[in-house]
Design a protein around this ligand. Sequence first.
Ligand code: SF4
Ligand code: SF4
Ligand code: SF4
Length: 371
Amino acid sequence: MEKTAIEKSDLAELLWESREEGFTALEHEVIYRELCSGCGLCVAACPEDVIGFTEYPKLIGKCTNCGYCLMVCPRSFLPKDELEEKTFGSSPGGTGVIEGVYSVKSKDKGQDGGFVTSLLKFMLKKGRIDGAVVSQIDPEKAWKPLPKVATSAKEIEAAAGSRYSTSPNLSVLKEAKNKGLKKLAVVGTPCHIDGAAKLKHYPVEGAELASVISTTVSVFCKSNFIYPMLEEVLSKKEGIDLAKVSKMDIKGKNLLVYEGDSEKKILLKDIRAYERLGCKICDDFTGRFSDFAVGSVDSPAASSTVIVRTKEAAKVLKDMEKEGLIELKEITGEDLPVLNKLTEIKRKRARKEAAAIVRSELPMPLKFLWE
Ligand code: SF4
Ligand code: SF4
Ligand code: SF4
C-alpha cells in the first residue's frame, strides 16, 4: 500500500503500521484505551459506511481494513504544536493564537448571548458559508444531541444552545460533501475542531473531507458527559422531566438545569462517573485550531467571550458590528482570569492522565521505576 500524506510524518509512522488491522486497530489504539472524544470523524471517513455510533463508534458491517478510521482519528495521532504552526504560522501555547478577544452582545437569543447563532446566520446570508455542522436535539429523545447539517437560518436557530452530552458532529461531514456543500462552518467543542484541523493538514487519500470546511467555531469546553447521565441522574434520581428542561449550563462546580423558572444545581463531582472517558486527557479549553472560540466565562450574563484567531475572523466580527447585529467590547488577556485558569487546569489534568496511561502501559519493572 502506498504511503499517504499523514504516514510520511515520522511521529505517525509506528502507529500507522497497525492500520491494516482496520476497525480493530481503532478499537485497540483509541476506543479501548479510553481516548475517544466522540467527535464522529471516523464515521464520516469510513468508505464502507460500516461505523455506527452510540456514545462510541461501533462496527455495524463488514470492515475492509482500509485503515482510514484510525488515520483520520484526532485521538490516534495529533501533534498539536506542529498542527498549530501549520494552521496559523506560530504556536504560542496557552490559549493559542489570538488576533483579538471581545465581549460580545448579540441580538439573537441562545446560550450565553446567542453569538454563535448570529454568526452562522450572518455568514450564511453573506454567502461566506453555505451550511453549518451543528448539533440539534433528537426529536425522539429529550436533550439527546443529534448532529445536523444546517443550511437555512431556521435550522441554525433550531440548533441554538448547549447540550452537555456527546454529539458526534463530524459524522455528518460526508453528508455535507454529498450535498455539494463547499463552504461549511463546523461548530463543536475543541475535540471536534481538532478533527477538522487534522483533516486539513494531514489529509488521508481516499477519505477526503477537508475541502468542504471553510470555518471552524469552537465552544469552550471543560468536560462532557455521556447521555445516560441525563437519563440516570437528572431523570431517574433527581426527578427532572427532561422534556420540560429549557436550558443547561455548567457554572463553577455545578451543572445547572433550568425547568421553567426553577433552577436545579447538580454538583459536578456527583456526576463524575458519567464524564466521557476521553475528556480526561483533553488539554484544550478554548479550541486552539478554531477560527472563532466562544464561551461565557469572563463576560457578563447574556454576553459571550469571543476569541478570533485570524484576520478574516476579526473582519467578520467588525462587519457584524457595522450591521448592528452585535455589540463588541475589546478585552485583553488580563480580562480573562477564569479562561486562563480553566485552560491551565485542563492542561495539568491532561498531563497527569496521560502520564497515568503511559505508566499503566509500561512493562512491570519500568512501571515501578516510573513511580
Ligand atoms: S474506515 Fe471503515 S472499512 Fe476502513 S478500516 Fe475503518 S471500519 Fe474498516
Ligand atoms: S475520537 Fe472521533 S474519530 Fe476517533 S474514534 Fe472517537 S469518534 Fe472516532
Ligand atoms: S473536554 Fe475535550 S474531549 Fe471532552 S468534549 Fe470537551 S473538548 Fe471534547
